[in-house]
Design a protein around this ligand. Structure first.
Ligand SMILES: [Zn+2]
Length: 484
Protein backbone atom coordinates (compact mmCIF):
# COMPACT_ATOMS: atom_id res chain seq x y z
CA UNK A 1 0.00 0.00 0.00
CA UNK A 2 2.74 2.39 1.01
CA UNK A 3 4.57 1.52 -2.21
CA UNK A 4 1.46 2.19 -4.22
CA UNK A 5 1.01 5.62 -2.62
CA UNK A 6 4.64 6.39 -3.32
CA UNK A 7 4.25 5.42 -7.01
CA UNK A 8 1.02 7.35 -7.28
CA UNK A 9 2.54 10.51 -5.83
CA UNK A 10 5.53 10.19 -8.16
CA UNK A 11 3.11 9.91 -11.05
CA UNK A 12 1.14 12.96 -9.92
CA UNK A 13 4.31 14.93 -9.43
CA UNK A 14 5.62 14.13 -12.87
CA UNK A 15 2.32 14.99 -14.58
CA UNK A 16 2.23 18.25 -12.64
CA UNK A 17 5.76 18.99 -13.87
CA UNK A 18 4.84 18.04 -17.43
CA UNK A 19 1.83 20.32 -17.25
CA UNK A 20 4.15 23.22 -16.54
CA UNK A 21 7.07 22.12 -18.57
CA UNK A 22 7.54 25.53 -20.19
CA UNK A 23 7.22 29.10 -18.99
CA UNK A 24 5.35 29.94 -22.14
CA UNK A 25 3.98 28.01 -25.09
CA UNK A 26 3.19 29.50 -28.49
CA UNK A 27 0.53 27.16 -29.76
CA UNK A 28 -0.32 26.36 -33.35
CA UNK A 29 1.38 29.25 -35.14
CA UNK A 30 3.04 29.12 -38.54
CA UNK A 31 6.64 28.82 -37.40
CA UNK A 32 9.15 30.22 -39.89
CA UNK A 33 12.92 29.95 -39.66
CA UNK A 34 14.96 31.30 -42.59
CA UNK A 35 18.08 29.29 -41.70
CA UNK A 36 16.56 25.79 -41.68
CA UNK A 37 13.68 26.64 -44.01
CA UNK A 38 11.14 25.39 -41.45
CA UNK A 39 7.71 26.71 -42.43
CA UNK A 40 5.06 24.66 -40.67
CA UNK A 41 2.45 24.75 -37.93
CA UNK A 42 4.29 24.00 -34.70
CA UNK A 43 4.15 24.53 -30.97
CA UNK A 44 7.01 26.43 -29.39
CA UNK A 45 8.01 25.92 -25.76
CA UNK A 46 9.95 28.72 -24.09
CA UNK A 47 11.91 28.32 -20.89
CA UNK A 48 14.24 30.75 -19.13
CA UNK A 49 14.42 33.10 -22.08
CA UNK A 50 15.30 30.43 -24.61
CA UNK A 51 13.39 28.50 -27.25
CA UNK A 52 13.48 25.11 -25.56
CA UNK A 53 11.28 23.02 -27.84
CA UNK A 54 9.66 23.22 -31.27
CA UNK A 55 7.23 20.38 -31.82
CA UNK A 56 4.22 19.20 -33.76
CA UNK A 57 3.03 17.56 -30.51
CA UNK A 58 1.09 19.53 -27.92
CA UNK A 59 3.22 21.29 -25.28
CA UNK A 60 2.10 22.55 -21.94
CA UNK A 61 3.23 25.62 -20.10
CA UNK A 62 2.35 28.06 -17.37
CA UNK A 63 0.96 30.32 -20.07
CA UNK A 64 -0.26 29.38 -23.54
CA UNK A 65 -0.54 31.91 -26.35
CA UNK A 66 -2.77 30.73 -29.17
CA UNK A 67 -1.00 31.67 -32.37
CA UNK A 68 -3.20 29.95 -34.96
CA UNK A 69 -3.31 32.01 -38.16
CA UNK A 70 -0.28 34.02 -37.09
CA UNK A 71 3.35 33.80 -38.17
CA UNK A 72 5.88 32.99 -35.43
CA UNK A 73 9.27 34.33 -36.56
CA UNK A 74 12.56 35.47 -35.05
CA UNK A 75 12.32 39.06 -33.79
CA UNK A 76 13.66 41.54 -36.32
CA UNK A 77 17.22 42.80 -35.88
CA UNK A 78 17.88 46.40 -36.86
CA UNK A 79 21.60 47.05 -37.32
CA UNK A 80 21.03 50.74 -37.88
CA UNK A 81 18.96 52.57 -35.28
CA UNK A 82 19.90 56.03 -34.06
CA UNK A 83 16.80 56.73 -31.96
CA UNK A 84 17.62 54.87 -28.75
CA UNK A 85 15.18 56.72 -26.48
CA UNK A 86 11.97 55.09 -25.11
CA UNK A 87 9.63 56.66 -27.70
CA UNK A 88 11.62 55.17 -30.57
CA UNK A 89 11.96 51.82 -28.81
CA UNK A 90 8.17 51.66 -28.44
CA UNK A 91 7.54 52.12 -32.16
CA UNK A 92 10.34 49.67 -33.00
CA UNK A 93 8.56 47.05 -30.86
CA UNK A 94 5.30 47.53 -32.79
CA UNK A 95 7.36 47.13 -35.98
CA UNK A 96 8.51 43.67 -34.79
CA UNK A 97 12.05 44.68 -33.77
CA UNK A 98 13.60 42.94 -30.75
CA UNK A 99 17.19 44.19 -31.28
CA UNK A 100 18.11 47.70 -32.47
CA UNK A 101 21.76 48.66 -32.66
CA UNK A 102 23.58 51.93 -33.30
CA UNK A 103 26.13 50.60 -35.78
CA UNK A 104 26.35 53.24 -38.53
CA UNK A 105 27.91 56.11 -36.64
CA UNK A 106 28.29 54.62 -33.17
CA UNK A 107 27.82 56.10 -29.72
CA UNK A 108 30.31 58.86 -28.81
CA UNK A 109 30.96 57.23 -25.42
CA UNK A 110 30.28 53.49 -25.31
CA UNK A 111 30.42 53.18 -21.51
CA UNK A 112 27.93 56.00 -21.08
CA UNK A 113 25.67 54.54 -23.78
CA UNK A 114 25.61 51.11 -22.14
CA UNK A 115 25.15 52.49 -18.65
CA UNK A 116 22.25 54.71 -19.67
CA UNK A 117 20.39 51.73 -21.12
CA UNK A 118 21.13 49.04 -18.59
CA UNK A 119 17.89 47.85 -17.00
CA UNK A 120 15.92 50.53 -18.88
CA UNK A 121 15.75 49.16 -22.41
CA UNK A 122 12.65 47.66 -23.98
CA UNK A 123 14.68 45.83 -26.64
CA UNK A 124 18.24 44.63 -27.06
CA UNK A 125 20.89 47.25 -27.81
CA UNK A 126 24.54 47.76 -28.64
CA UNK A 127 26.83 50.11 -30.52
CA UNK A 128 29.98 50.53 -32.53
CA UNK A 129 32.80 52.90 -31.56
CA UNK A 130 32.34 56.22 -33.34
CA UNK A 131 35.13 57.48 -35.60
CA UNK A 132 33.21 60.75 -36.09
CA UNK A 133 33.03 61.34 -32.32
CA UNK A 134 36.63 60.23 -31.71
CA UNK A 135 37.83 62.65 -34.38
CA UNK A 136 35.78 65.53 -32.93
CA UNK A 137 37.22 64.77 -29.51
CA UNK A 138 40.83 64.69 -30.69
CA UNK A 139 40.28 67.94 -32.62
CA UNK A 140 39.18 69.55 -29.34
CA UNK A 141 35.52 69.87 -30.35
CA UNK A 142 33.75 67.00 -28.53
CA UNK A 143 30.16 66.40 -29.55
CA UNK A 144 27.57 68.09 -27.37
CA UNK A 145 25.58 65.82 -25.01
CA UNK A 146 23.08 63.71 -26.90
CA UNK A 147 24.50 64.49 -30.36
CA UNK A 148 25.95 61.79 -32.59
CA UNK A 149 26.87 64.05 -35.52
CA UNK A 150 29.11 67.12 -35.48
CA UNK A 151 28.29 70.52 -36.93
CA UNK A 152 30.52 71.08 -39.96
CA UNK A 153 33.69 72.99 -39.11
CA UNK A 154 37.44 72.49 -38.74
CA UNK A 155 37.00 69.20 -36.85
CA UNK A 156 35.06 67.73 -39.76
CA UNK A 157 36.63 69.47 -42.74
CA UNK A 158 40.38 69.55 -41.99
CA UNK A 159 42.79 66.65 -42.45
CA UNK A 160 44.20 65.09 -39.29
CA UNK A 161 47.95 65.06 -38.63
CA UNK A 162 49.66 61.66 -38.25
CA UNK A 163 49.77 62.29 -34.51
CA UNK A 164 46.03 63.05 -34.42
CA UNK A 165 45.31 59.90 -36.44
CA UNK A 166 47.19 57.84 -33.85
CA UNK A 167 45.16 59.43 -31.07
CA UNK A 168 41.88 58.76 -32.91
CA UNK A 169 42.95 55.12 -33.33
CA UNK A 170 43.73 54.87 -29.63
CA UNK A 171 40.35 56.33 -28.69
CA UNK A 172 38.67 53.68 -30.89
CA UNK A 173 40.70 50.91 -29.25
CA UNK A 174 39.61 52.20 -25.84
CA UNK A 175 35.97 52.18 -26.96
CA UNK A 176 36.33 48.63 -28.26
CA UNK A 177 37.81 47.64 -24.90
CA UNK A 178 34.59 48.68 -23.14
CA UNK A 179 32.24 46.72 -25.40
CA UNK A 180 31.89 48.33 -28.85
CA UNK A 181 30.76 45.89 -31.55
CA UNK A 182 32.95 47.36 -34.28
CA UNK A 183 33.90 50.73 -35.73
CA UNK A 184 31.27 53.09 -37.12
CA UNK A 185 32.33 55.64 -39.71
CA UNK A 186 30.32 58.44 -41.29
CA UNK A 187 32.93 59.53 -43.79
CA UNK A 188 30.61 62.07 -45.44
CA UNK A 189 30.35 63.80 -42.05
CA UNK A 190 34.15 64.11 -41.82
CA UNK A 191 35.15 65.10 -45.37
CA UNK A 192 38.55 66.24 -44.05
CA UNK A 193 39.49 62.60 -43.38
CA UNK A 194 42.01 61.54 -46.02
CA UNK A 195 41.96 58.14 -47.73
CA UNK A 196 44.85 57.17 -45.47
CA UNK A 197 42.97 58.16 -42.32
CA UNK A 198 40.10 55.91 -43.44
CA UNK A 199 42.50 53.00 -44.05
CA UNK A 200 44.11 53.58 -40.65
CA UNK A 201 40.69 53.20 -38.96
CA UNK A 202 40.04 49.98 -40.89
CA UNK A 203 43.44 48.82 -39.59
CA UNK A 204 42.20 49.13 -36.00
CA UNK A 205 39.10 47.11 -36.88
CA UNK A 206 41.23 44.42 -38.55
CA UNK A 207 43.61 44.29 -35.59
CA UNK A 208 40.62 43.61 -33.28
CA UNK A 209 38.91 41.31 -35.83
CA UNK A 210 35.84 43.53 -35.87
CA UNK A 211 33.85 44.98 -38.77
CA UNK A 212 33.63 48.55 -40.00
CA UNK A 213 30.14 49.94 -40.60
CA UNK A 214 30.20 52.97 -42.84
CA UNK A 215 28.17 55.75 -44.31
CA UNK A 216 30.35 56.35 -47.36
CA UNK A 217 32.18 59.51 -48.37
CA UNK A 218 29.88 60.84 -51.01
CA UNK A 219 26.70 60.43 -53.03
CA UNK A 220 25.81 61.26 -56.61
CA UNK A 221 27.48 61.04 -60.00
CA UNK A 222 29.89 63.96 -60.16
CA UNK A 223 33.54 62.84 -60.48
CA UNK A 224 35.73 62.86 -58.53
CA UNK A 225 33.59 62.05 -55.52
CA UNK A 226 30.86 59.88 -57.02
CA UNK A 227 29.02 57.16 -55.13
CA UNK A 228 30.91 54.64 -57.27
CA UNK A 229 34.26 56.07 -56.19
CA UNK A 230 33.09 56.13 -52.57
CA UNK A 231 32.19 52.44 -52.81
CA UNK A 232 35.62 51.70 -54.31
CA UNK A 233 37.26 53.58 -51.45
CA UNK A 234 35.77 51.46 -48.68
CA UNK A 235 36.05 48.17 -50.59
CA UNK A 236 39.69 49.09 -51.15
CA UNK A 237 40.20 49.75 -47.44
CA UNK A 238 38.63 46.38 -46.62
CA UNK A 239 40.85 44.61 -49.17
CA UNK A 240 44.01 46.33 -47.91
CA UNK A 241 43.37 45.72 -44.21
CA UNK A 242 41.28 42.54 -44.10
CA UNK A 243 38.54 44.16 -42.01
CA UNK A 244 34.94 43.13 -42.71
CA UNK A 245 32.91 45.94 -44.20
CA UNK A 246 29.22 46.78 -43.95
CA UNK A 247 28.03 49.62 -46.19
CA UNK A 248 24.96 51.25 -44.66
CA UNK A 249 21.82 52.52 -46.48
CA UNK A 250 22.99 51.92 -50.03
CA UNK A 251 19.65 53.39 -51.17
CA UNK A 252 20.38 56.84 -49.78
CA UNK A 253 24.09 56.98 -50.66
CA UNK A 254 24.13 55.42 -54.12
CA UNK A 255 20.70 56.75 -55.18
CA UNK A 256 20.30 56.28 -58.95
CA UNK A 257 23.44 54.13 -59.02
CA UNK A 258 22.30 51.79 -56.24
CA UNK A 259 22.19 48.72 -58.49
CA UNK A 260 25.70 49.55 -59.76
CA UNK A 261 26.94 49.87 -56.17
CA UNK A 262 25.38 46.49 -55.36
CA UNK A 263 27.19 45.07 -58.40
CA UNK A 264 30.50 46.41 -57.02
CA UNK A 265 29.77 44.66 -53.72
CA UNK A 266 28.93 41.46 -55.59
CA UNK A 267 32.26 41.71 -57.39
CA UNK A 268 34.18 42.25 -54.17
CA UNK A 269 32.44 39.27 -52.55
CA UNK A 270 33.21 37.10 -55.57
CA UNK A 271 36.88 37.96 -55.03
CA UNK A 272 36.62 36.75 -51.42
CA UNK A 273 36.11 40.03 -49.58
CA UNK A 274 33.66 40.23 -46.68
CA UNK A 275 31.40 43.10 -47.76
CA UNK A 276 27.70 43.43 -46.93
CA UNK A 277 25.04 46.10 -47.27
CA UNK A 278 21.54 47.21 -46.26
CA UNK A 279 18.67 49.46 -47.33
CA UNK A 280 15.44 50.98 -46.05
CA UNK A 281 12.19 51.22 -48.05
CA UNK A 282 11.72 55.00 -48.43
CA UNK A 283 12.53 57.58 -51.12
CA UNK A 284 13.78 60.19 -48.64
CA UNK A 285 16.72 60.24 -46.26
CA UNK A 286 17.18 62.43 -43.20
CA UNK A 287 20.17 64.04 -41.55
CA UNK A 288 21.41 67.03 -39.56
CA UNK A 289 21.20 70.19 -41.64
CA UNK A 290 24.26 71.77 -40.03
CA UNK A 291 26.43 68.74 -40.84
CA UNK A 292 29.13 68.52 -43.51
CA UNK A 293 26.69 66.66 -45.80
CA UNK A 294 25.43 70.14 -46.69
CA UNK A 295 28.83 71.71 -47.31
CA UNK A 296 28.89 73.73 -50.58
CA UNK A 297 28.22 71.62 -53.65
CA UNK A 298 25.50 69.39 -52.17
CA UNK A 299 22.84 70.48 -54.68
CA UNK A 300 24.99 69.63 -57.68
CA UNK A 301 26.15 66.39 -56.07
CA UNK A 302 22.68 65.10 -55.18
CA UNK A 303 20.94 66.65 -58.19
CA UNK A 304 18.33 68.28 -55.95
CA UNK A 305 17.45 71.79 -54.77
CA UNK A 306 16.52 73.61 -51.55
CA UNK A 307 12.86 72.66 -52.00
CA UNK A 308 13.75 68.94 -51.77
CA UNK A 309 14.70 69.49 -48.12
CA UNK A 310 11.68 69.25 -45.83
CA UNK A 311 11.39 69.88 -42.09
CA UNK A 312 9.82 66.85 -40.37
CA UNK A 313 6.39 67.30 -38.78
CA UNK A 314 5.81 70.82 -40.15
CA UNK A 315 6.30 69.80 -43.80
CA UNK A 316 8.11 73.07 -44.51
CA UNK A 317 10.06 73.00 -47.80
CA UNK A 318 13.26 74.99 -47.48
CA UNK A 319 14.29 78.05 -49.48
CA UNK A 320 17.87 79.30 -49.94
CA UNK A 321 17.46 81.84 -47.14
CA UNK A 322 15.99 79.34 -44.72
CA UNK A 323 18.65 76.77 -45.64
CA UNK A 324 21.49 79.25 -44.96
CA UNK A 325 20.00 80.12 -41.60
CA UNK A 326 19.60 76.47 -40.52
CA UNK A 327 22.90 75.20 -41.96
CA UNK A 328 24.85 77.86 -40.08
CA UNK A 329 22.98 77.33 -36.82
CA UNK A 330 24.48 75.56 -33.82
CA UNK A 331 21.08 74.07 -33.15
CA UNK A 332 20.95 70.66 -34.81
CA UNK A 333 17.75 70.45 -36.85
CA UNK A 334 17.10 67.30 -38.89
CA UNK A 335 15.76 67.57 -42.42
CA UNK A 336 14.23 65.06 -44.80
CA UNK A 337 16.08 64.82 -48.11
CA UNK A 338 13.95 63.76 -51.06
CA UNK A 339 16.60 62.46 -53.46
CA UNK A 340 15.57 58.96 -54.56
CA UNK A 341 12.77 57.47 -56.67
CA UNK A 342 10.26 54.73 -55.92
CA UNK A 343 11.46 52.70 -58.94
CA UNK A 344 14.99 52.51 -57.55
CA UNK A 345 13.88 51.67 -54.02
CA UNK A 346 11.60 48.96 -55.45
CA UNK A 347 14.54 47.50 -57.38
CA UNK A 348 16.89 47.51 -54.37
CA UNK A 349 14.77 45.94 -51.62
CA UNK A 350 14.29 42.48 -53.23
CA UNK A 351 17.98 42.15 -54.15
CA UNK A 352 19.35 39.09 -52.30
CA UNK A 353 22.37 41.04 -50.94
CA UNK A 354 20.15 43.61 -49.23
CA UNK A 355 19.45 43.36 -45.51
CA UNK A 356 16.72 45.57 -44.09
CA UNK A 357 17.93 48.23 -41.64
CA UNK A 358 15.95 51.34 -40.75
CA UNK A 359 18.39 54.20 -40.04
CA UNK A 360 15.63 55.13 -37.61
CA UNK A 361 15.30 58.32 -35.61
CA UNK A 362 12.35 60.53 -34.71
CA UNK A 363 11.19 62.64 -37.64
CA UNK A 364 11.31 60.03 -40.42
CA UNK A 365 8.67 57.33 -40.90
CA UNK A 366 11.44 54.71 -41.28
CA UNK A 367 11.86 54.85 -37.49
CA UNK A 368 8.44 53.29 -36.91
CA UNK A 369 7.53 51.61 -40.17
CA UNK A 370 10.50 50.04 -41.97
CA UNK A 371 9.87 46.35 -41.22
CA UNK A 372 6.08 46.27 -41.51
CA UNK A 373 6.42 48.32 -44.71
CA UNK A 374 8.72 45.78 -46.34
CA UNK A 375 6.22 43.02 -45.49
CA UNK A 376 3.19 45.04 -46.63
CA UNK A 377 4.73 46.44 -49.80
CA UNK A 378 7.11 43.82 -51.12
CA UNK A 379 5.69 40.56 -49.79
CA UNK A 380 1.97 41.33 -49.92
CA UNK A 381 1.39 44.02 -52.54
CA UNK A 382 4.19 43.94 -55.12
CA UNK A 383 4.96 40.27 -54.45
CA UNK A 384 8.64 40.76 -55.23
CA UNK A 385 9.64 38.93 -52.02
CA UNK A 386 8.32 35.73 -50.52
CA UNK A 387 7.53 35.93 -46.82
CA UNK A 388 10.57 33.76 -46.04
CA UNK A 389 12.88 35.94 -48.17
CA UNK A 390 11.61 39.07 -46.42
CA UNK A 391 12.14 37.47 -42.99
CA UNK A 392 15.66 36.39 -43.96
CA UNK A 393 16.58 40.03 -44.65
CA UNK A 394 15.28 41.10 -41.22
CA UNK A 395 16.49 38.24 -39.04
CA UNK A 396 19.11 35.77 -40.23
CA UNK A 397 21.18 38.11 -42.40
CA UNK A 398 21.68 40.79 -39.73
CA UNK A 399 22.32 38.07 -37.11
CA UNK A 400 25.03 36.60 -39.34
CA UNK A 401 26.51 40.08 -39.80
CA UNK A 402 26.54 40.47 -36.01
CA UNK A 403 28.39 37.18 -35.60
CA UNK A 404 31.47 39.07 -36.79
CA UNK A 405 31.17 41.09 -33.56
CA UNK A 406 29.86 38.66 -30.96
CA UNK A 407 29.20 34.92 -30.69
CA UNK A 408 25.97 35.83 -28.83
CA UNK A 409 24.53 36.59 -32.28
CA UNK A 410 24.49 32.85 -33.10
CA UNK A 411 21.47 32.64 -30.78
CA UNK A 412 19.67 35.49 -32.52
CA UNK A 413 17.75 35.74 -35.80
CA UNK A 414 16.73 32.08 -35.59
CA UNK A 415 13.54 30.30 -34.62
CA UNK A 416 15.31 27.15 -33.43
CA UNK A 417 15.70 25.14 -30.26
CA UNK A 418 18.46 26.72 -28.20
CA UNK A 419 18.03 30.19 -29.72
CA UNK A 420 17.13 33.26 -27.66
CA UNK A 421 13.38 33.66 -27.30
CA UNK A 422 13.26 36.93 -29.26
CA UNK A 423 10.08 36.25 -31.20
CA UNK A 424 7.60 38.25 -33.25
CA UNK A 425 4.10 36.88 -33.71
CA UNK A 426 2.24 38.74 -36.44
CA UNK A 427 -0.63 38.51 -38.87
CA UNK A 428 0.89 38.24 -42.37
CA UNK A 429 -2.39 39.46 -43.94
CA UNK A 430 -2.62 42.69 -41.99
CA UNK A 431 0.87 43.71 -40.90
CA UNK A 432 1.47 47.22 -42.25
CA UNK A 433 3.24 50.48 -41.54
CA UNK A 434 1.16 53.48 -40.47
CA UNK A 435 3.92 56.07 -40.18
CA UNK A 436 4.10 58.77 -42.86
CA UNK A 437 6.25 61.82 -43.52
CA UNK A 438 3.46 63.86 -41.92
CA UNK A 439 2.98 61.49 -38.96
CA UNK A 440 6.33 59.74 -38.58
CA UNK A 441 5.73 58.16 -35.16
CA UNK A 442 2.53 56.25 -35.95
CA UNK A 443 3.16 52.65 -34.82
CA UNK A 444 2.82 49.77 -37.27
CA UNK A 445 -0.12 47.38 -36.98
CA UNK A 446 -0.29 43.58 -37.17
CA UNK A 447 2.18 42.53 -34.45
CA UNK A 448 0.06 40.65 -31.90
CA UNK A 449 2.88 39.55 -29.59
CA UNK A 450 6.54 40.38 -29.23
CA UNK A 451 8.84 38.43 -26.93
CA UNK A 452 12.19 39.87 -25.92
CA UNK A 453 14.33 37.22 -24.23
CA UNK A 454 11.13 35.29 -23.48
CA UNK A 455 9.39 38.27 -21.83
CA UNK A 456 6.23 39.53 -23.55
CA UNK A 457 6.75 43.19 -24.51
CA UNK A 458 3.69 43.34 -26.76
CA UNK A 459 0.82 41.23 -25.47
CA UNK A 460 -2.46 40.91 -27.39
CA UNK A 461 -1.39 43.89 -29.49
CA UNK A 462 -0.65 46.14 -26.50
CA UNK A 463 2.64 47.30 -25.07
CA UNK A 464 3.25 45.82 -21.61
CA UNK A 465 4.13 48.66 -19.21
CA UNK A 466 7.16 48.66 -16.91
CA UNK A 467 9.08 45.73 -18.36
CA UNK A 468 12.62 46.26 -19.61
CA UNK A 469 13.80 42.96 -21.06
CA UNK A 470 16.39 44.55 -23.41
CA UNK A 471 19.99 43.38 -22.86
CA UNK A 472 23.30 44.65 -24.21
CA UNK A 473 25.14 42.98 -27.06
CA UNK A 474 28.81 43.49 -26.38
CA UNK A 475 31.94 43.14 -28.44
CA UNK A 476 34.93 40.99 -27.49
CA UNK A 477 36.62 43.84 -25.60
CA UNK A 478 34.22 43.27 -22.74
CA UNK A 479 33.77 39.53 -22.29
CA UNK A 480 30.47 38.19 -20.99
CA UNK A 481 29.39 34.64 -20.29
CA UNK A 482 27.98 34.54 -23.80
CA UNK A 483 31.03 35.67 -25.72
CA UNK A 484 33.96 34.38 -23.75
ZN1 LIG B 1 23.91 57.63 -42.79
Amino acid sequence: MRKLIFCLSLFLLSTALAAQQYDLVLEGGRVMDPETGLDAVRNVGIREGKIARISADPLSGRRVIRAAGLVVAPGFIDLHQHGQEPASQRVKAFDGVTTALEMEIGAPDVTQFLKAKEGRSLIHYGTTASHVAARSLIFGAPLPDGAILPKSGPATDQPATPEQIERIQQRLRDQIDVGALGIGMGIEYTPGATRLEVIDMFRVAAERKLPVYTHMRSAGRIEPGSAIQSTEEVIGAAAITGASLHIVHINSTCLRDSLECIALIEGARARGLDVTTEAYPYIAGMTAINSAVFNPGWREKLGIDYGNLVVPNTGEHLTKERFDELHNSNKQLWVLIFANTQEIVDAIIPNPLIMIASDGAEGHPRNAGTYARVLAQYFREKKTLTLMEALRKMTLMPAQMLERSTPAAHQKGRLQEGADADVVIFDPQTIADRSTFEKPMEPSVGVHYLLVGGTPLIDEGKLVPDVFPGRALLGPGRPTAANR
